[in-house]
Unconditional design. Sequence first.
Length: 183
Amino acid sequence: MDLRNSFQPFQKPNKSVDSRDSYELSTSKSKQSKIENVAHSGGFRYENGMVYVGTWNTEGQKHGYGHLLIPQGTRYDGFFHENLFTGLGLLTFPDGAKYEGEFLDGWYHGYGVFWRADGMRYEGQFRGGKMWGLGVVTFSDGSNGFPKYEGFFENCKFLKKCDCAEVVQKAQKVAFMARNYQK
């Protein structure tokens, strides 16, 4: 049960952005002022068409809260750490698939909710961009499959049935927090 065959984490670019390359790069105080090493906030349009609006560290890396729009329509709204998605965030794809939850080093990692474009949803734990840990799958018709896909997953495969209501509630809460952080 693959979540997205095409998903790869966003890797650190070969070149960091500096203030000479940016558009409207400015310093300002915001909620981010408490995050270590946040030096600037503003926007930048990359040569490949990506647009980033958010905060930067002293090295010119995306760091703190920001919005990244990729030309093909993928969008990330959430926290960055040295250019990588880390912390709470939302990742939406042009086909309607989306992930709301925790990221680590550019991957889905921790608690979250993933919706595929066909309506299938997984709520639970992720590791390294994959369903890994306790969780539940719900299909577009509202069913959980037969037998019910609730329990332990490893590497996107259902391995063992067990109750995981507390984990699902935590995943839903984390997704809600990610979705509503800046609203």
